[in-house]
Design a protein around this ligand. Structure first.
Ligand code: GUN
Ligand code: ZN
Length: 445
């Protein structure tokens, strides 16, 4: 591949194996939801998708002068959407030995305390965004820290890369170290200013971010709900029903709420554009209520295994009609890479007893994530006029993957081998609005 230009050219065609989704293929693998071309082409103009389809028929309609980038033997996919991740936890990923509540005290809060320093925040944000791109992820919903400066710094770095990113200042006013607390009023004021400054600036979105029920008082959630009413365009993000140990704590802290979903629902925080990480310990009725209210779940397989939190039931979530995306949840998650995350999702689904097909898995990592974030009118697949964020994956990135591919017969075989054996080495290139934002060293020659 010879796409080493940093800037989008007016009309460019990327030719290779191509996959994107028009809707959810479901567990029945409804192939009307899937567009897969062995020899396909994605045509991009001015940073947007112009057309997509089988190479021969699409190219026949284009002028001979169109630049064609040869991605033969590679897979062109919409950029991955990571629906839950913490940029300030980059440096403490893979910290040993504790489950959630201890892990927060021992590793997470100390790491986040350093984000009063803009220089440190910038250093981490720059690495974090480059690491996302190196892994083929072009959109993420991101926790910053309680410090407003951590959000400013993050958005500046995201804007410089022209990335579609959503982030927010953490709200937490109790049950965490004193020096990391805000107050309901301070959290409200600082979030309001950040929303004014960043919401819908270019490709950026803002998420109102109460950390989780345990660390916010009623007064703080009340004001978070007020912010949500004042800014219907803003997102909301939090954690919910992640570990068993937090459940009695939440019941004790919110005696007026009938269940976990109700803690957020009562304050107007269960709505469209609200994304709750984990959602493992919800009743079917809570799942249905969440779905009806338009909120989505960010499922974080590597994190749930790493912290020993529990197993998310994809089938129960589908039956409840819940909107679901995939999150890496770095630094409790153990990889920035969506292929590695999907492979753990598959194993969890097997533990529950309903396998996760490769079609559904790649749907969840692209259009499913975009839908969970309410961004599917802009990103997530290759419908004309969508923003041209995409990734080119190698199917021979390791000797084992290359060898396994030789015995794969169907496209589903290939996708499954890729999601089980692939990792960051599979990412040949990542494009943002049609411009090459990352090229693997092997692609630069
Ligand atoms: N619950 C509250 N805060 C966190 C966090 O930082 N990571 C995870 N995984 N769960 C949380
Ligand atoms: Zn998290």
């Amino acid at each position: 591949m010879s796409a080493n230009s940093k800037h989008a050219t007016p009309l460019t065609a990327y030719r290779g194996m191509l996959l994107h989704f028009l809707s959810d293929p479901g567990e029945g693998n409804d192939m009307r939801a899937v567009q897969f071309f062995d020899d396909g082409v994605l045509v991009v103009e001015d940073g947007r998708v112009k057309s997509v389809g089988p190479a021969l028929s699409v190219l026949a309609r284009l002028a001979d002068t169109v630049r064609v980038i040869d991605c033969a033997g590679r897979l062109i996919l919409p950029g991955f959407v990571d629906t839950h991740i913490h940029y300030p936890q980059t440096d403490m990923i893979a910290s040993y030995g504790n489950q959630l509540l201890d892990w927060l005290e021992r590793y997470t809060y100390p790491a986040e305390a350093a984000f009063t320093d803009a220089e440190h925040a910038r250093d981490v944000a720059e690495f974090f965004l480059d690491e996302l791109l190196r892994n083929g992820t072009t959109t993420a919903m991101v926790f910053a820290t309680v410090h407003a400066v951590s959000v400013d710094v993050f958005f500046r770095s995201a804007a410089a890369r022209n990335l579609r990113m959503i982030a927010g200042k953490v709200l937490m006013d109790r049950n965490c170290p004193e020096h990391l607390r805000d107050t309901p009023e301070q959290g409200y004021r600082e979030s309001s200013l950040l929303i004014e400054k960043w919401l819908n600036q270019g490709r950026l979105g803002y998420a109102i971010t109460p950390r989780f029920a345990v660390t916010s008082s009623d007064a703080q959630l009340e004001l978070a709900g007020q912010l949500a009413r004042e800014h219907p365009d803003a997102h909301i993000q939090s954690h919910m029903a992640e570990v068993r140990a937090e459940l009695p704590r939440v019941r004790e802290l919110f005696p007026a709420s009938r269940d976990y979903v109700d803690v957020f629902e009562r304050f107007g925080l269960m709505r469209e554009r609200a994304v709750y990480a984990h959602c493992i310990y919800l009743s079917p009725e809570e799942g249905t209520r969440m779905a009806r209210l338009g909120a989505a779940a960010a499922v974080c397989p590597t994190s749930n295994l790493f912290l020993g939190s529990g197993l998310f039931d994809f089938e129960a979530a589908r039956a409840a009609g819940m909107r679901v995306g995939i999150g890496t949840d770095v630094g409790a998650g153990t990889s920035f890479n969506m292929l590695r995350t999907l492979s753990e999702a598959y194993k969890i689904a097997e533990m529950i007893g309903h396998p996760l097909s490769p079609w559904r898995a790649f749907y969840l990592a692209t259009l499913g994530g975009a839908r969970a974030l309410g961004l599917d009118h802009r990103i997530g697949n290759f419908e004309p006029e969508k923003e041209a964020d995409f990734v080119v994956l190698r199917l021979d990135s390791t000797p084992l993957l290359a060898r396994r591919m030789r015995t794969c017969v169907t496209p589903a075989d290939k996708l499954f081998a890729l999601m089980m054996l692939g990792d960051d080495r599979a990412v040949a290139a990542t494009y943002v609005m049609g411009a090459a934002a990352y090229l693997a060293p092997s692609e630069k020659g």
